[in-house]
Ligand binder design. Structure first.
Ligand code: AMP
Ligand code: TRP
Length: 349
């Protein structure tokens, strides 16, 4: 436990991606690309985690889980994460996540979790049949972050509510156990232009790994031909593009495609519309397809090369887990001590 002021926490980035299927363009633009950008900033220590314990909160096939874990790790590396500069690992290898997750089950309140919109979306109509793990998922996510006392969390916009809960848990722990500043109140890092990439078939639904239609998303593993075809088939409206982003307000599909173009280019929708305002989708779609293929297809090619060597990926994840565990261990010892559990480390370490 420490009495020192709020600045004591080491600047540390943590983020996670679930191994629940192919990563999409939404995962890339909303999260993974930002993970890579943060690698250029030496003020931060960085941990990027394949959150496999989260993946078992919903129905899954054990025989496919390991491959899915390696695929996300391959996507991380193919997108530009360097296992020397960032700690890459999978969650189940560091027991601190599950341990702190349990402790947070005892800190978070039922009322807080009842407000989580992602649970409602994922559980759907049959809430009674959802796993308890799916309900407690945000507590495990808070544990992922706080087991390292991470201060910054790069995510897409859909995770904002979970990060607010993480801050509430940290604050309640700090105050209930009279341990001011024990856990930092982490800051979300949400990209401005690509916080929420929408489905190619419905501009009002999030682009998601779990959408039953493969045409609704670009997978990072899609080949150049498949990417171009999906963009050709993307839903649009009959109007030409407006001259300014304000004109996209009631046109969700057009807004999404222009947003993707801007995000891939690192510019803004207004800038994109300077070139394409007044033009129809017959002009815009081929340009978008070309840009997407240029930026995304090389990642897919590299992923295929990496996943052909699963032992190599496993070795990277194992080495990352050892580094991660070294950071988490003293923090967990501090947690046990603070709670009056026997503290000071467990027999399993
Ligand atoms: P998940 O696939 O749910 O594990 O998400 C991993 C990361 O990708 C999280 O930071 C999400 O917020 C982000 N993400 C997922 N889908 C999208 C999307 N359609 N647009 C922007 N970010 C997304
Ligand atoms: N809940 C996140 C998602 O579905 C994944 C995740 C789990 C995560 N633990 C995390 C993201 C910790 C950031 C930090 O996208």
């Amino acid at each position: 436990m420490s009495d020192t002021p709020a600045t004591r926490h080491t600047p540390r980035v943590f983020s996670g991606v679930q191994p629940t299927g192919n990563l999409t363009l939404g995962n890339y633009l909303g999260a993974v690309r930002n993970f890579v950008a943060l690698q250029e900033d030496d003020t931060f220590e960085r941990l990027y985690c394949v959150v496999d314990m989260h993946a078992i909160t919903q129905p899954f096939k054990p025989a496919e889980l390991k491959t899915a874990i390696y695929e996300v790790a391959a996507a991380f590396i193919a997108a530009g994460l360097d296992p020397e500069k960032s700690i890459l690992f999978n969650q189940s290898r560091v027991t601190a996540h599950a341990e702190l997750g349990w402790i947070f089950n005892c800190v978070a309140r039922m009322g807080w979790l009842n407000r989580m919109t992602q649970f409602k979306e994922k559980a759907g109509k049959n809430k009674e049949n959802a796993s308890v793990g799916l309900y407690a998922y945000p507590n495990l996510m808070a544990a992922d972050i706080l087991a390292y006392r991470a201060t910054h969390v790069p995510v897409g916009e859909d995770q904002k509510q979970h990060l607010e809960l993480t801050r509430d848990i940290a604050q309640k722990f700090n105050s209930d156990f009279n341990a001011p500043d024990f856990f930092p109140l982490c800051e979300p890092l949400i990209p401005a232009e690509s916080a929420r990439i929408m489905s190619l078939r419905d501009g009002t639904a999030k682009m998601s790994k779990s959408d039953p239609s493969d045409n609704s998303r670009i997978n990072l593993s899609d080949t150049a031909d498949v990417i171009a075809q999906k963009i050709r088939k993307a839903k649009t409206d009959p109007e030409p593009l407006p001259g300014e982003a304000a004109g996209l307000a009631d046109r969700p599909e057009a807004r999404n495609l222009v947003g993707i173009f801007a995000a891939l280019l690192g510019s803004t929708p207004d800038d994109v519309l300077k070139d394409f305002g007044g033009k129809g989708f017959g002009d815009f779609k081929p340009a978008l397809a070309e840009l997407t293929v240029e930026k995304i297809a090389p990642i897919g090619n590299e992923m295929r090369r990496l996943t052909a060597e699963p032992d190599h990926i496993d070795a990277i994840l194992m080495a990352g887990a050892e580094r991660a565990a070294r950071i988490a261990r003293p923090i967990m010892a501090d947690v046990y001590e603070t709670l009056g559990l026997t503290g000071g480390g467990s027999a399993g370490w």
